[in-house]
Design a protein around this ligand. Structure first.
Ligand code: PLP
Length: 380
């Protein structure tokens, strides 16, 4: 009997995506696998292990706690915490030995205070200086401020090291022109900093830039969505030979005949025009099936595609099987993934509701158990 709701994650696909992405890198750049937000919904720890097995040289997360969770799970690979770190989070970040991102002198001072308070006996904290070359979020827009921050870091040799220089693109998934504008602002910063700190790692590219702009690869790329087989342009992952790692499924819990005029679900948003068979799947927005998919999604059952009809509720959705009871109770029903020759991707769902695959994948809720496998062989 299939499970109520299941996210089945193929770790071999993650490994192959990493290998595939690495093959496309220019000039020996390494790959940093981004496993923030619980590995884009796939599970941070198993995803991190699969990425390392595929040859990722570093892992990146957004928050200090995410780094701590990786360490608690036994990951000893280098980690970069990419996000802003509050004073309260600083001790957590420092305990993990992760590299962190800075862009102003005040934060460097806080870092030194926090390190001193902790006894300062650990290896120096690797610091990546962030230039805001056009995304307009974190980082400094001012190249001389960024250089001054690097010098302040270099002046605290036992405690801090200048480990990297970075920026982040605003339009790598849509506008290559602005990527080049950002590269043009980043390049002079990189050459000045490299001249003074020859060992540092320069990185800028997310998945989209990795796939579309080799000039952005520098010493390392930071890939998230593509690691999981998602297309950063929200198109078909096949276009870049990416293999979606996650499948989301449920099962047919009830099948009943709706007579013409009968409705299904809250608000009676589906009313049968003719007699039709309705299957109910015990999965809903509480599991991450967005309510906006009401009357606007497919479900794959028995290798065929059927429309989701009626309102997506917290715990159930309903599916129109048509004039014959084409599925029976207990059959597996696929929301994201493949069933025989039919497929529905996270990108397909995202396009229907004007969002992106990232949000669909991160949205698979913690109520959904994850099952890990390697091409169908259960993972230990
Ligand atoms: C999330 C993130 C990435 C990864 O982006 P993808 O588009 O998923 O590859 C890279 N860099 C930074 C700074 C990020 O926050």
């Amino acid at each position: 009997m299939p499970q109520r709701a299941l996210a089945s994650v193929n770790l071999a696909a993650i490994e192959r995506n990493i290998i595939h992405l690495r093959r496309g890198l220019s000039g020996g750049a390494r790959l940093c696998a981004v496993v923030k937000a619980d590995g884009y919904g796939h599970g941070a720890l198993p995803s991190a292990r699969a990425a390392l097995a595929g040859g990722a040289g570093m892992l990146a997360v957004a928050t200090a706690q995410e780094a701590a969770d990786l360490r608690a799970g036994g990951i000893d690979a280098p980690i970069l915490v990419m996000g802003a770190i509050s004073r309260q989070e600083l001790p957590i970040a420092l305990r993990t030995g992760a590299d962190i991102v800075v862009w102003n002198g005040r934060f460097v001072e806080a870092l030194l205070v926090s390190r001193a308070a902790a006894g300062d006996s650990r290896a120096p904290t690797g610091v990546h200086v962030k230039l805001d070359s056009g995304l307009g979020r974190l980082g400094t827009r001012d190249r001389s401020e960024a250089l001054a921050v690097a010098e302040r870091v270099a002046a605290a040799p036992g405690a801090l090291t200048v480990a990297g220089a970075m920026t982040h693109f605003a339009t790598a998934d849509e506008d290559p022109e602005f990527v080049r504008v950002q590269l043009g602002r980043f390049a002079p910063f990189v050459s000045e900093l490299r001249a003074r700190h020859p060992g540092l790692i320069v990185h800028a590219a997310n998945s989209a830039a990795t796939l579309r702009e080799p000039a952005s690869h520098f010493d390392m790329v930071r890939c998230g969505i593509a690691v999981y087989g998602g297309d950063p342009m929200n198109q078909n992952p096949d276009h870049h030979a990416l293999e979606p790692a996650l499948e989301l499924s449920s099962y047919v819990a009830a099948v009943k005949l709706a007579r013409a005029g009968d409705s299904t679900g809250y608000g009676r948003r589906f009313i049968a025009e003719r007699d039709t068979w309705i299957a109910t799947l015990p999965i809903g927005y509480g599991d991450g099936i967005r309510r906006a998919l009401t009357n606007n999604c497919d479900v794959l059952i028995g290798g065929r595609r059927y429309p989701l009809v009626g309102t997506v509720s917290m715990d159930n959705v309903t599916v129109d099987l048509g004039g014959a009871p084409a599925a029976s109770v207990g059959e597996r029903a696929v929301i994201i993934g493949r069933d025989g020759t039919v497929r529905q991707t996270a990108e397909d769902l995202a396009r229907r509701i004007a969002t992106i695959n990232y949000e669909i994948l991160c949205g698979v809720s913690s109520r959904v158990p994850r099952r890990y496998h390697h091409d169908g062989q259960p993972a230990s």
